[in-house]
Design a protein around this ligand. Structure first.
Ligand SMILES: [Fe+2]
Ligand SMILES: [Fe+2]
Length: 303
C-alpha cells in the first residue's frame, strides 16, 4: 500500500514521495534511516492526510531539542520540568535511582538516538501550557518543602488504602493467582520500610541537610554526619526501586487478568500511580543531593 507520506514515529520527521507523490514503504531503501534521528525504516508509519496527529507534531521544530542538554543528568532534566518524567517512564529509562547519568549515557545504554529522545522531551514542554515549578530555580528549602508537602503526604495518605486493597485482592484471587500472595508479603515490607524512610527524612535528614547548607563550610562534623545519612538514603532508594520493579513484575506490568474484578483493577491502577509518584519523589531527592553537592561541596570531607 502506498501513502502520500511516511512519518518517523520516533522524531516525527516526514518522508514524502518524489514530488510529493505516493510512496510505498518498500520504496524506501532497506537501509533507509531517518535523516533527522537515525531511526530504521521500520520506525516509519504510513500517513494518510495532513491531520494525522503525528504530522501535526512534526511541526515542532527539531531546534526545540536544543533546549535539552544531552550532558545534563536525567534528574536535572526532569527537575527543570517534572512532566518530562513521563517520557522516561514510557521509554523504560530509570531517571530515579540512576538519575545521576547524563541523557546521552542513558540513551546509549538503551540504544536510543539522543536527538529523538530530546525531541520527545521538548515536545512535552511544548504541549503543557500550565506553569510547572522549575526546580532548578528553587532554593533547597523550597525543594524540601515540595517533597514533604506533596510526596511524603501522598505516601502517608495512599499506603494504608492501597495496602488494604492488596490484602483483599490477594485473599479473593490468591488461589488462582499465587503471585498475589508474594505481592502481599512484598508490599507489607515495602510499605513499612518506605514509611520508616520518609519518617527519618522528615525527622532528621532534611533538617540536618538544611542546617549544613546554611552553615556553609564551618561545620564539617555535621557535613560528615550528613554524608553518612545520605549514603544510607541512597542505598534505601535503590532498595525501594527494586521493590517497585518486583511489584511491576508480579503484576505483569499492571496488566488486568481476564478473571479480574473491579477491586483488582483498582489495585493495579493504585500500584501504578504509586510507582510513578515514588519515581518522581526519589528523583527530586537525588536532585536535591546533587544541588547540595554542587552548592555546598566544601562542607563534605570527601568532596
Ligand atoms: Fe522522601
Ligand atoms: Fe528518600
Amino acid at each position: 500500500m502506498s501513502y502520500p507520506r511516511y512519518i518517523c514515529t520516533i522524531c516525527k520527521y516526514v518522508a514524502e514521495g518524489p514530488g510529493g507523490g505516493d510512496l510505498a514503504v518498500a520504496d524506501l531503501a532497506e537501509d533507509f534511516q531517518c535523516p533527522s534521528c537515525g531511526a530504521a525504516r521500520s520506525a516509519f508509519e504510513g500517513c494518510q492526510c495532513e491531520s494525522y496527529p503525528l504530522f501535526e507534531a512534526s511541526k515542532v521544530a527539531p531546534a526545540a531539542a536544543d533546549a535539552i542538554n544531552a550532558q545534563a543528568s536525567l534528574a536535572a532534566i526532569v527537575m527543570q520540568y517534572p512532566p518530562r518524567a513521563q517520557v522516561f517512564e514510557n521509554l523504560g529509562i530509570d531517571y530515579c535511582c540512576d538519575g545521576g547519568r547524563s541523557l546521552a549515557a542513558a540513551c546509549a545504554e538503551k540504544g536510543l538516538p539522543v536527538l529523538s529522545v530530546a525531541l520527545a522531551l521538548a515536545a512535552v514542554t511544548n504541549k503543557h501550557e500550565t506553569v510547572e515549578r522549575d526546580f532548578s530555580r528553587m532554593t533547597l528549602e523550597e525543594i524540601v518543602d515540595d517533597i514533604q508537602s506533596i510526596h511524603h503526604q501522598c505516601l502517608r495518605r495512599e499506603f494504608p488504602p492501597v495496602s488494604k486493597l492488596v490484602d483483599k485482592v490477594a485473599a479473593v484471587h490468591g488461589a488462582s493467582h499465587p503471585e498475589l500472595l508474594e505481592l502481599k508479603r512484598l508490599f507489607d515490607v515495602f510499605k513499612d520500610e518506605t514509611l520508616a524512610h520518609i519518617d527519618e527524612e522528615d525527622g532528621e535528614v532534611f533538617y540536618l541537610l538544611l542546617e549544613v547548607a546554611r552553615a556553609e563550610s564551618t561545620i564539617t562534623t555535621e557535613g560528615a554526619r550528613l554524608e553518612d545519612f545520605l549514603a544510607e538514603h541512597k542505598a534505601d532508594h535503590k532498595k525501594i526501586g527494586r521493590y517497585l520493579a518486583r511489584v511491576r513484575e508480579l503484576t505483569g506490568d499492571y496488566k488486568m487478568p481476564a478473571d479480574g474484578c473491579a477491586s483488582y483493577k483498582a489495585m493495579l491502577s493504585s500500584l501504578e500511580n504509586l510507582e510513578k509518584d515514588i519515581h518522581l519523589h526519589v528523583s527530586k531527592e537525588n536532585y536535591l543531593i546533587e544541588r547540595l553537592n554542587e552548592e555546598h561541596c566544601s562542607v563534605f570531607a570527601k568532596c
